[in-house]
Write a protein that binds this ligand. Structure first.
Ligand code: CU
Length: 111
């Protein structure tokens, strides 16, 4: 248990120190569920999972969105639908909605 808690606390502390306190939305959240919430956002924006976990994005917005991880296959997600991607290799993966890349991006940190 302690093994899992310590790195998470350290990561949050680093983010807070680096951003001067204004980066509330960029603190990693330990979850494998991301909502495409109203409107044009991934919520939470930065998540943290264990290697081998599957992350599910669900479109709760009124518009079609996509999930494209690190330039790989683009997954179209219609309203009320979802897409799941499994992350086997540790690392930091950035992703975007290719329809709204100015507004919609996020990060999956795989431990
Ligand atoms: Cu979008």
């Amino acid at each position: 248990m302690t093994k899992f808690l310590l790195p998470a606390v350290a990561a949050v502390a680093l983010v807070a120190a680096g951003c001067g306190g204004s980066g509330e939305s960029s603190e990693p959240v330990a979850t494998n569920e991301v909502s495409m919430a109203k409107s044009y956002v991934f919520e939470p924006k930065v998540i943290e999972v264990e290697a081998g976990e599957t992350v599910t994005w669900t479109n709760d917005d009124n518009f079609t969105h996509t999930v494209q991880v690190d330039g790989q296959e683009d997954h179209k997600v219609e309203q009320d639908e979802s897409v799941s991607i499994t992350f086997d290799t540790p690392g930091t993966y950035r992703y975007v909605c290719t329809l709204h890349r100015q507004d919609m991006d996020g990060e999956v940190i795989v431990q």
